[in-house]
Design a protein around this ligand. Structure first.
Ligand SMILES: Cc1cc2nc3c(=O)[nH]c(=O)nc-3n(C[C@H](O)[C@H](O)[C@H](O)COP(=O)(O)OP(=O)(O)OC[C@H]3O[C@@H](n4cnc5c(N)ncnc54)[C@H](O)[C@@H]3O)c2cc1C
Length: 229
């Protein structure tokens, strides 16, 4: 956002990439996209330090003393989230939470107190917009349509509201390898997607992995415009 406003922005990150850190699927393409958009990018910053330099702030990004460090006027620190459950009076209702404050739920998202469900980020089962919405779908279906839906049946999806956005579902490359299945994958650059060309946003690609025998889609990822639709 600040880059779009015209500020110089450097993203300093402990991992190889901000996107999909768990699966490490997209370190190179996303770093490239961000550099092309004019962000500085300091990946693998294992020893982040802050120091005052006159009116500016120096952010050290390597364990060794001295450079490389990034000089800036402001630091925005984003290091995780905690559930905002401590002021809900859950203890008075007898609703159990774990050590981090997440409300403990079963696979149907019911708490330990009959008649109380916990949906969304507060139950620690998702932490995404779409998983929060899917929590609602599960509970509403079970309550009002006599459904038997469960959060453990949820197909894994991943949506990141970045620029370019990333949408992913199904198995990752690592999961496919671990499963021992024979699979084939195809990768299609966004520069060959007409809508991306029309919009002038041709960064990224579409990748789809298919079971070589059954031809079933095992996993898909879109890094690029429209990936969140
Ligand atoms: C910086 C950031 C980036 C994110 N990026 C992504 C992303 O790229 N992709 C993605 O899928 N998700 C992303 N998320 C996560 C996504 O926003 C959440 O998973 C989603 O909003 C959770 O929905 P929710 O309904 O559970 O909670 P929320 O959207 O947090 O809604 C909870 C509501 O409850 C209200 N509330 C809290 N306490 C009380 C109270 N005592 N009384 C009454 N109301 C109360 C709050 O004000 C809030 O409106 C991001 C989140 C953050 C913070």
């Amino acid at each position: 956002m600040y880059r779009r406003f015209g500020s110089e922005v450097t993203i300093v990150e402990m991992g190889p990439c901000l996107m999909d850190v768990k699966t490490k699927m997209f370190p190179k393409p996303c770093a490239k996209s961000w550099r092309l958009r004019g962000y500085g990018f300091g990946p693998n910053a294992k020893c982040i330090s802050l120091a005052k330099r006159d009116s500016r702030i120096a952010v050290g990004i390597k364990c060794d003393d001295g450079p490389p460090e990034v000089l800036g006027t402001h630091v925005l620190l984003a290091v995780g989230r905690t559930p905002n459950t401590n002021d809900l009076g859950l203890d008075r209702a007898g609703v159990a939470t774990d050590q981090r404050g997440y409300i403990i739920v079963d696979a149907h998202l019911q708490t330990n107190v009959p008649g109380i469900w916990a949906l969304g980020d507060c139950n620690g089962r998702g932490a995404f917009t779409h998983t929060s919405y899917n929590d609602y779908e599960i509970v509403a279906d079970n309550l009002f349509n006599a459904g038997h839906r469960s959060v453990s049946d949820r197909i894994q999806t991943y949506a990141l509201f970045t620029d370019p956005p990333l949408g992913r579902c199904g198995m990752t490359d690592a999961e496919i390898r671990k499963s021992g299945r024979a699979a084939v994958a195809t990768k299609h650059p966004m520069s060959q997607v007409t809508r991306a060309v029309e919009k002038g946003e041709t960064h990224g690609f579409i990748k789809i992995s298919v079971d070589a025998e059954t031809k079933h889609i095992l996993g898909a990822a879109i890094l690029g415009t429209g990936a969140m639709k």
